[in-house]
Design a protein around this ligand. Structure first.
Ligand SMILES: CCCCCCCCCCC/C=C/C(=O)SCCNC(=O)CCNC(=O)[C@H](O)C(C)(C)COP(=O)(O)OP(=O)(O)OC[C@H]1O[C@@H](n2cnc3c(N)ncnc32)[C@H](O)[C@@H]1OP(=O)(O)O
Ligand SMILES: Cc1cc2nc3c(=O)[nH]c(=O)nc-3n(C[C@H](O)[C@H](O)[C@H](O)COP(=O)(O)OP(=O)(O)OC[C@H]3O[C@@H](n4cnc5c(N)ncnc54)[C@H](O)[C@@H]3O)c2cc1C
Length: 631
C-alpha cells in the first residue's frame, strides 16, 4: 500500500482526543498515550517491513513532529525508539544485532542509566554487573537505595526490557561502566521478573506521558552474551578485552546530544509559529492616537521578542544538520579504528547541546510571554512546549556539566597556545590573541564572527590564568578547576556562540547562491539579525575583548532595528514556511486560519466545569456557608 505519512496518520481517528488531555488523570493520560503509541508503532513497523510505503519525503524530525501533535506531550515509546534501538545498533556486536534487532521483536526497551544518587557523575553509578564464570552469567545488583535506577522514560509501566549501565566486575576487579541488555518483565504477562522491582516515579513538570520509572535488581542473572559487545568483550573464561577508547560506552549520549539540537530547532519553530501568528491577529492600542488599534506584531519591541526566535530555529536546524553530518563522518572513522576526531565531536556536542537547550527554553518562554495572558492557557500549547523544552537543559547531560566538558577541550588548546606549540587551524585565533594581532573591528557579520572568536580567546585566557593561579597557590588540579568553573563555563558558552554564528552565517551564504534572489535576501536578513542580536547582547564582552567602539555598537543597534523593519512584512510568511499543520501545533492561538477567539471559546466549552450549569459543589460546600451567613 502506498501512503502519504502525514495524511495516513492524521486520519487514524483513535489518535485524536475528544477530551483535551489536561482534563485526564495521571493514570488516564498514560493509558491514552500508550494506546496511541502502539498505533504509531504498528505503522512504523509496517513501514519498516515494507507492508506500507510512503510517497512523501521523510526525515527523522518530521516523523517525530507528527508524533508531537498526536501526543501533545511525549510518546511513552520515545526512548524505546530513540535510544534503545539506536544503542543496540551502535554498540551491540553483529551477532547481537542479528538476534535483537528484529522488526517483530517482543522487546519494548528503554535506556537505564541515571540512579537516585547519581545522574551527572556517571562514574559514580553503583549498580553492579558481576561475572559468574561458573554459569556464564552476569549478576545485576542494586546494592542500596541510592543505586536504584531513576528517570528512564518508558520504564514505569511499558518496558519489558532495558539497556542498563552498570559497573562491570570480573574476579573482584572493576572495569568501569558497561551496557547490558536485561529483560525486566515477562513478555506474556508483563509482570516484573523475579528479582526486579520496577515502577513509575510520579508526576513531573512536563513529560507526564513519558512513563519515567525506577528499577532495582536483586541479584538478577542475565547471560554473559547480554553485555553489548561491539567495542568491548568479556570472553567465556572471564578475559576482559578492552575497547579502543574508554568513552565509546558513552556513544548514545553523544548521538542524542547531536540529535537534540535539531529537535530543539523544531520546538522553536512551533513556539515562533504560535506567537507570530497570534501577534498578527491580536490588536492592542493604537500606535498613533488617531489610528485604530494595531496588530501587536507592529510593535518593534514585540518584533525584538519574536524574530530572534524565528532566526534561532533556523540556526539550530542548520547547526543540527552540520553536527549530524560530523557525527556520521566521525562514526565512520571510529568504525575504521580511528578515534582522532572523537574528542572534538564530544566537545562540540556538549556545548551546543547545552546552549541550544538553554536558548530554546528561554525563547519558548519569551514567545509565551509575548502572547500575554492567552499564552498562559494550556490551549495555547506554549506551556507544554516550554515544559518539554526546558527538560532538555537537564537530561542527556546537565547544562553546566556539559559546558565544563567543553572547557577541558578549550583549556588544552589554550595551553598549547600559551606554550607556543602548534595549534590546529580552527584555534589559530588563540595565537593571534596572545600576539595581540587584533583585527580592526568591522560592523559586518564577518566582523562579528571575528569579535566572538576574540571573546572565546579572552575568556579562555581568563579562565586558564585563574586555573594556573589557583595551582600556583598550591591547590590540587580538581580544586583549582572547581574554583575557576564560573569562568570556564563562560568560555564554553562563548565558544558555542562563536560556532553558532560562524556556521549559520557560512551555511546561509552558501545556501543563498542556490535559491531565488528574493528568498536569498530574506535568509540573509535573518542570519544577519541573529548575529546582530547576539553582538548587542554580548556588547560588554565585545568591549572587553575586541576592538569594537561605542560608535560601532550604536551603528549595530541601528542596523538591528532596520532589520526588524525589513523582516516584519515577511514574518507571517516565515512561520508559515515552517509548515507545521494545525493538528501538530495544537494551539488555539497559532492556527493557520487565525480564528483565535473562536477557538479559545470552543476549547473553553470542553472544560468539565462547564458541563453543569450549577456545579454540585455549590450544594455541598458553598450554599451551606453562604446561606447560613445570611440567616
Ligand atoms: C528525532 C529524535 C528526537 C530526539 C529527542 C530525544 C529526547 C530524549 C528524551 C530524554 C531522554 C533522556 C535520557 C537521558 O538523560 S540518559 C542519561 C544521560 N546522562 C548524562 O548525560 C550524564 C552526563 N555525564 C556524563 O556524560 C559524564 O559523567 C561526564 C562526561 C560528565 C564525565 O564522565 P567521566 O567521569 O567518565 O569522565 P572523565 O572525567 O573520567 O573523563 C573525561 C574525559 O572523557 C571524555 N569524554 C567524556 N564523555 C565523552 C564522550 N561521550 N565521548 C568522547 N569522549 C568523552 C572527555 O572529553 C574527557 O577527555 P579529556 O580527559 O581528554 O579531557
Ligand atoms: C525529563 C527527563 C527525562 C530523563 N530521561 C532519562 C532516561 O531516559 N534515562 C536516564 O538514564 N536518565 C534520564 N534522565 C536523567 C537525566 O539524565 C539526569 O537528570 C541528568 O543527567 C542530570 O543529572 P542529575 O539529575 O543527577 O543532576 P545533578 O548532577 O545532581 O545536578 C544538580 C546540580 O549540580 C550541578 N553539578 C553536578 N555536577 C557538577 C559538577 N561536576 N560541576 C559543577 N556542577 C555540577 C549541576 O550543574 C546542577 O546545577 C531524565 C531526566 C529528565 C529530567
Amino acid at each position: 500500500m502506498m501512503i502519504h505519512t502525514n495524511n495516513y496518520i492524521l486520519n487514524i481517528k483513535e489518535l485524536w482526543d475528544d477530551v483535551p488531555e489536561e482534563y485526564l488523570s495521571h493514570k488516564e493520560r498514560y493509558e491514552n498515550a500508550i494506546k496511541k503509541a502502539f498505533i504509531v508503532l504498528k505503522v512504523l513497523r509496517q513501514l519498516h517491513t515494507g507492508n506500507i510505503q510512503i510517497t512523501d519525503h521523510r526525515t527523522p524530525t518530521n516523523v517525530y513532529s507528527i508524533q508531537d501533535g498526536i501526543f501533545r506531550n511525549v510518546n511513552p515509546l520515545l526512548i524505546h525508539i530513540g535510544l534503545f534501538w539506536s544503542t543496540i545498533a551502535a554498540q551491540a556486536s553483529t551477532e547481537q544485532q542479528a538476534e535483537w534487532l528484529q522488526p517483530d521483536s517482543s522487546m519494548i526497551g528503554t535506556y537505564v542509566q541515571t540512579e537516585l544518587g547519581h545522574g551527572s557523575f556517571i562514574r559514580g553509578i553503583e549498580t553492579t554487573a558481576t561475572y559468574d564464570s561458573t554459569t556464564d552469567e552476569f549478576i545485576l545488583h542494586t546494592p542500596r537505595l541510592s543505586a536504584y535506577k531513576w528517570w528512564p522514560g518508558g520504564l514505569g509501566n511499558t518496558a519489558n526490557a532495558c539497556l542498563v549501565m552498570a559497573q562491570l566486575y570480573i574476579n573482584g576487579t572493576c572495569h568501569g561502566l558497561h551496557i547490558f541488555l536485561a529483560q525486566i518483565r515477562d513478555f506474556d504477562t508483563h509482570k516484573p521478573l523475579p528479582g526486579i522491582k520496577v515502577g513509575e516515579i510520579g508526576p513531573k513538570m512536563g513529560f507526564n506521558t513519558a512513563d519515567n520509572g525506577f528499577l532495582g535488581f536483586d541479584n538478577h542473572r542475565i547471560p554473559r552474551t547480554n553485555m553489548l559487545m561491539k567495542n568491548v568483550q568479556v570472553l567465556r573464561d572471564g578475559t576482559y578485552v578492552k575497547p579502543k577508547h574508554d568513552k565509546l560506552t558513552y556513544g548514545s549520549m553523544l548521538l542524542t546530544r547531536v540529535t537534540l539540537i535539531s529537535d530543539l530547532a523544531y520546538q522553536l519553530s512551533k513556539a515562533a509559529t504560535i506567537a507570530v501568528r497570534y501577534s498578527a491577529v491580536r490588536r492592542q492600542s493604537p500606535i498613533k492616537s488617531n489610528e485604530p488599534e494595531r496588530q501587536i506584531l507592529d510593535f518593534v519591541s514585540q518584533q525584538h521578542k519574536l524574530f530572534i526566535t524565528i532566526a534561532s530555529s533556523h540556526v539550530y536546524r542548520v547547526v543540527g544538520l552540520w553536527m549530524w553530518n560530523s557525527h556520521k563522518r566521525v562514526t565512520a572513522d571510529i568504525h575504521e579504528g580511528n578515534m582522532g576526531q572523537l574528542p572534538e565531536l564530544h566537545a562540540l556536542a556538549c556545548c551546543l547541546k547545552a546552549i541550544s537547550s538553554r536558548d530554546a527554553s528561554a525563547l519558548v518562554e519569551q514567545c509565551r510571554l509575548a502572547c500575554g495572558g492567552h499564552g498562559y492557557m494550556m490551549a495555547s500549547n506554549l506551556p507544554q512546549i516550554y515544559a518539554y523544552t526546558t527538560a532538555a537543559v537537564t537530561y542527556e547531560g546537565e547544562y553546566t556539566v556539559l559546558l565544563l566538558q567543553t572547557a577541558r577541550y578549550l583549556v588544552k588548546f589554550w595551553r598549547l597556545a600559551a606554550e607556543h606549540k602548534p595549534l590546529p587551524q580552527n584555534f589559530a585565533y588563540f595565537e593571534d590573541y596572545i600576539k595581540k594581532n587584533f583585527e580592526q573591528w568591522r560592523n559586518s557579520p564577518e566582523g562579528i564572527i571575528e569579535g566572538f572568536k576574540a571573546i572565546v580567546a579572552g575568556k579562555t585566557k581568563a579562565a586558564y590564568d585563574t586555573l594556573q593561579c589557583n595551582l600556583r597557590n598550591g591547590r590540587e588540579f580538581e580544586e583549582a578547576w572547581n574554583m575557576a568553573s564560573v569562568q570556564l563555563t563562560n568560555a564554553s558558552e562563548a565558544y558555542a556562540r562563536s560556532l553558532l554564528c560562524e556556521v549559520f552565517w557560512k551555511e546561509t551564504v552558501q545556501l543563498s547562491t542556490k535559491v531565488s534572489k528574493s528568498l536569498a535576501i530574506v535568509l540573509e536578513q535573518l542570519a544577519e539579525l541573529y548575529l546582530m542580536y547576539w553582538a548587542l547582547e554580548k556588547h560588554g564582552d565585545l568591549l572587553l575583548y575586541s576592538t569594537i567602539s561605542r560608535n560601532d555598537i550604536e551603528a549595530l543597534q541601528s542596523r538591528y532595528e532596520e532589520l526588524l523593519a525589513l523582516i516584519r512584512p515577511n514574518a507571517v510568511g516565515l512561520v508559515d514556511a515552517f509548515d507545521i499543520r494545525d493538528e501538530v501545533l495544537c494551539s488555539t492561538l497559532g492556527a493557520y486560519d487565525g480564528r483565535v477567539y473562536e477557538r479559545m471559546m470552543e476549547e473553553a466549552s470542553k472544560s468539565p466545569l462547564n458541563e453543569d450549569v450549577v456545579n454540585e459543589s455549590f450544594h455541598k460546600y458553598i450554599r451551606p456557608v453562604t446561606m447560613k451567613n445570611k440567616l
